[in-house]
Design a protein around this ligand. Sequence first.
Ligand code: GTP
Ligand code: MG
Length: 242
Amino acid sequence: MPPEAQERYALLIPALNEAETLGALLRQVPPDLFEQIIVVDNGSTDGTSQVAAGAGVCVVIEPRRGYGRACQAGIRSLRPEITAVAFMDADLSDDPSDLARLVRAFEEGGCDLLVGSRVLGGSEPGSLTSLQRFGNWLSTRLIRWLWGASFTDLGPMRIVRREVLERLQLTDYDYGWNVEMQAKAARLRLLAGEIAVKYRRRAGGKSKISGTLAGSVAAGWKILWTIYRCWRDDARWEKAQL
Ligand SMILES: Nc1nc2c(ncn2[C@@H]2O[C@H](COP(=O)(O)OP(=O)(O)OP(=O)(O)O)[C@@H](O)[C@H]2O)c(=O)[nH]1
Ligand SMILES: [Mg+2]
């Protein structure tokens, strides 16, 4: 690839009360892989922003809760030269040592979207609940059935081309963000793939979604609703063309 066409990567980390793990995580991110590292503090009360600022990364404050909202706020703060964005959770469930491999595979595959699959990677026992595994299986089956793209997971670690992010016009503000990205990429027949990544139980802090039944059910419901919404928009669009 000629130097002028080289990808320039940002890493975006949405964080809600993750001060316990964030410092160690940022120290493990491979140096020189990312031109910009953004931590979006989603209204934390535990000093998450201070930990991020102390590590010298870009801190964005998004006081309105929601994983998708945090991602949107981070995207609005990307520097102009950034061409691709990697995402990772802040609780050290994702392993920063997978990032270099993810970036390499993204580049070699010329992908629009590359998802790190925790199912292919063999996650640590207890890190993915049975409900999460079932939800992933069902959602990825639905995506394959509706739009023909094969995924095995809706994992948080991923890379997407910036220009694709703009095309996808993602609107989900919480748990539907990842699945909306995959469903819309499938619908547009973009070049999407997966690689195996590791996944562990969170290394500290409090569980917010998968650790509680209420959180899991809310997330699962929102994921299925988001797939339905993408399908419904498709059907409406097709009708308008007739
Ligand atoms: N739950 C939640 N997480 C957020 C929010 N904003 C940012 N995050 C971050 O999004 C990532 C995913 O949330 P987690 O709470 O780890 O969700 P999970 O991995 O399904 O479940 P647990 O690790 O068991 O809590 C973490 O880095 C959070 O800090 C938000 O509004 N709600
Ligand atoms: Mg987590």
